[in-house]
Design a protein around this ligand. Structure first.
Ligand code: AMP
Ligand code: MG
Length: 415
């Protein structure tokens, strides 16, 4: 069945304007992950997706050890009501265990990470004991097992430490390294080709002619795709010429898993881009009930998925973050998808908002309060550059009064 037939079966949409949620759901329903594994040295796997489960070859930690600096001893030797004097029989350091066995009435000075000496079942922190000659006085009230990290409590030998589909972030790199693995199996990188369309576009290094603008979309796309770990193929600027566009579309589709274009998908455009996309592939054009980022094309050309983004620079970034990002993670095999959470914040100024479309204003969030970054025109990239979040004004929402709660989506995750 064709994309358009599948789409019309799926939705009871207003053909004039599709909601963000409908478009997102349809795109997600069409894509299947591209799962081609390769083995990589651990550090090279940052930003990739695990192709197979990582099974722990050993316990982490490998042995029972101390979580604190203090004294290791036998709980049964402690008085429940008074201080107990114990002789210090030796010292256990991280990487240098206490060799012997403690006798009755003895304890071992122990440092964080040191192996727990045989027979000991509690570590008492140094701050609460009183040193008394060659021994210590331990106050009552200690709990068996306290301040001890048990073998395998982080990761148990033989059990999956991470499942296939997990995106490798710094924490995963460290976790896999803690198992002693130097190489892992991940999916190959997604290949994404992109180009800008428009007769008015001029590339950097060339003087600006009358009515021309410098192409910025290839730079924001390059940045966003590179951050997602995609292999990028920049096909440059293509003028509004059917032959050039057709050649570039074919070249892009032959080389890449995904093709992203900007410009030329609006209604009333010098219509070649729309017409051509439809001729070369199977493409749906949508007017999305959102601001910015209204027109969007989605479909297939040859073996590649196509995203035709609008031309306005802010609209490109918003459409990318709201539709393309998740689609790329899905194609990369990421499971679960790394969601960008919606967080509540107090909006410090009033915002105009018409119900019936989703709006993505650019804001600065700090300490639970958010304000928009000045002029919000869809061509004003400064509004993105000055921002650290989207202020997400939902489809049905109306005007926002100063002091109202709004949802925000941070641009950058912490790790
Ligand atoms: P379009 O979607 O092609 O009608 O373009 C909408 C607006 O975005 C126009 O003002 C274009 O000049 C501008 N525009 C399109 N592509 C780019 C680009 N790559 N870089 C900067 N501005 C662009
Ligand atoms: Mg154009």
């Amino acid at each position: 069945m064709s994309l358009s037939a599948r789409f019309s079966c799926l939705s009871d949409h207003d053909p004039e304007a599709l909601s963000v949620a409908q478009a997102r759901a349809f795109i997600g329903s069409q894509l299947t992950p591209i799962r081609i594994p390769e083995r990589l040295p651990l550090r090279s796997a940052l930003g990739r997706v695990l192709a197979s489960d990582v099974i722990a070859p050993c316990n982490v930690p490998a042995h029972d050890n101390s979580a604190m600096d203090g004294y290791a001893l036998r709980h049964a030797e402690l008085s429940e009501t008074a201080g107990t004097r114990l002789r210090v029989a030796g010292t256990a350091l991280a990487g240098r265990a206490f060799a012997g066995e403690i006798a009755a009435g003895e304890c071992v000075r122990i440092m964080t990470g040191a192996l727990l000496p045989a027979g000991c079942d509690v570590v008492v922190i140094q701050e609460v004991v009183a040193v008394d000659g060659d021994g210590i006085i331990v106050p009552p009230g200690q709990r068996r097992g306290q301040n001890i990290r048990l073998a395998g409590e982080d990761l148990a030998a033989g059990r999956p430490a991470l499942a296939a589909g997990r995106l490798i972030r710094p924490a995963e790199l460290g976790l896999i390294a803690s198992l002693g693995c130097g190489e892992i199996s991940v999916y190959r990188r997604l290949r994404v080709a992109f180009f800008s369309t428009g007769d008015e576009l001029c590339s950097s290094g060339t003087p600006l002619g009358d009515g021309q603008v410098y192409d910025s979309n290839r730079y924001t796309l390059f940045g966003m795709l590179t951050r997602l770990g995609c292999e990028v193929l920049d096909l440059g600027v293509v003028g509004d010429q059917p032959e050039w566009l057709a050649t570039t579309f074919r070249q892009a589709a032959a080389a890449a898993d995904v093709v992203i274009t900007s410009g030329g998908v609006s209604v009333g455009e010098a219509d070649f881009v729309r017409t051509l996309m439809a001729q070369l592939g199977e493409v749906l054009f949508w007017k999305i009930a959102m601001k910015p980022g209204r027109p969007l094309a989605f479909g297939r050309i040859g073996g590649a998925w196509l995203f035709g983004l609008p031309g306005n620079p802010v609209a490109v970034m918003v459409a990318f973050q709201q539709f393309v990002r998740d689609a790329l993670y899905l194609l990369m095999g990421a499971d679960p998808l790394p969601v960008v959470p919606l967080l509540p914040a107090v909006c410090t100024v009033a915002l105009k908002k018409a119900p019936g479309r989703s709006e993505y204003q650019r804001g600065v969030l700090s300490d639970g309060c958010v304000r928009p970054t000045g002029a919000q025109g869809s061509g004003i990239l400064r509004s993105m550059s000055d921002a650290n979040c989207f202020i997400v004004l939902e489809h049905d929402r109306g005007d926002v009064a100063a002091g109202d709660s709004v949802a925000v989506q941070l641009f950058d995750g912490l790790v």
